[in-house]
Design a protein around this ligand. Structure first.
Ligand code: PLP
Length: 356
């Protein structure tokens, strides 16, 4: 039976990426050696790193003055590295979920943190809209897609101070006006590559403004100066990221990804609204994530939660159990997920409904 992979992360990757990785593990670039077993300083791997950085720039239309880095560790490492590099005195954060909360905790180690707004009062099921970004903050941090709660900031905002965005789970899912951000980062394991690497897109002019001593390995300058090859980068995840970037390019770029992702998520939200058993957890339509769709049982059908999960799992729907802090269900519809998988999930929802 075909398995449909709705896991939130690590998550589905394009078949193309997986095939290329398997091939490269045995024989990379016709070298007769596997990619995991060669020097990261070889001309063959150096080319992989350079191509991945360039293609990232091409696909997102990253302007001059920005650097693309692939760094070991995950998005959580960046929670601490960002304030270390960017915060002299004060930063501002929008609290839209568990990841933002963790980022705020780390920032507090380095200075004053102004949490401008939070949706915690409502278990993070909406994006706060009325807040003021303090003009004296060194930067303003947002999480564009809240993987756990299924909310998303889909507009690139204007801000009086540099914007820093955690785009772990919506990077390359849509076009982004990179010029509106000072720094964009994320773990690779949602929409790009296997776990182990984080991407960081950073604008030159926000660096070098803090007085503190930054450990060499955590200083963005170190990695910029060395082309993201200061130490051994996570070679296999970087290779995989390059394959996913190639796949995105060959499939119409981020505009085509956005179109396909919107179609997938609209289909599923429509079914959740229509189906008598279910309701979405995010009631404000414009806040609904295109990547992670969350829903719960309507109260009168609460008893059906477990049986539906079993029913769906038996039919090949994998990874749809909601995060423990939200409950219910979550289907992650990352770039690599085919519309057919969403259609299959909807068919299962309808089939179950008929038997109730
Ligand atoms: C998964 C996720 C993280 C954490 O990523 P790690 O690479 O595991 O540290 C951070 N932010 C968001 C939005 C995520 O989805």
């Amino acid at each position: 039976m075909k398995k449909h992979n709705f896991y939130a992360g690590p998550a589905i990757l394009p078949e193309y990426t997986v095939d290329q990785v398997i091939q490269a593990c045995r024989d990379f670039d016709g070298m007769g050696l596997g990619i995991m077993e060669i020097s990261h300083r070889s001309k063959e791997f150096t080319a992989v790193m350079e191509q991945a950085q360039q293609l990232f720039k091409d696909l997102l239309g990253i302007p001059e003055g920005y650097h693309v880095l692939f760094l070991g560790g995950g998005a959580s490492t960046q929670f601490t590295v960002i304030p270390m590099n960017l915060m002299q005195k004060k930063s501002a954060y929008l609290n839209t979920g568990a990841w933002a909360t963790k980022a705020i905790k780390e920032a507090k180690l380095y200075g004053e943190v102004d949490v401008v707004a939070s949706s915690e009062d409502s278990n993070f099921n909406y994006i706060p809209k009325d807040y003021v970004i303090p003009a004296d903050a060194d930067y303003f941090h947002i999480t564009t897609n809240n993987t756990i709660y299924g909310t998303e900031i889909k507009e690139d905002m204007d801000s009086p101070v540099p914007v820093v965005a955690d785009m772990s789970s919506d990077i390359l899912s849509r076009p982004v006006d990179v010029s509106k951000y000072a720094l964009i980062y994320g773990g690779a394991q949602k929409n790009l590559a296997p776990a182990g690497v984080a991407f960081v897109i950073v604008r030159e002019d926000v660096l070098g403004k803090v007085d503190r001593k930054i450990p060499t390995i955590f200083n963005y300058r170190t990695h910029i100066d060395k082309g993201s090859m200061f130490n051994t980068p996570p070679v296999l995840p970087v290779f995989a990221a390059l394959q996913t970037l190639i796949w995105i390019r060959d499939n119409g770029g981020v505009e085509a990804m956005q179109k396909r992702n919107r179609e997938k998520s609209s289909m599923l939200y429509e079914e959740i609204e229509r189906n008598k058993l279910f309701k979405p957890t995010v009631t404000v339509e414009e806040d609904r994530s295109v990547m992670n769709v969350c829903w719960v049982m309507n109260e009168e059908y609460a008893d059906h939660e477990k049986p539906f999960l079993e029913f769906a799992t038996e039919r090949g729907m994998i990874g749809i159990k909601g995060h423990r802090s939200v409950g219910g269900f979550r289907a992650s519809l990352y770039n690599a997920l085919a519309p057919e998988s969403v259609k299959a999930l909807i068919a299962v929802m309808q089939e179950y409904e008929k038997n109730v």
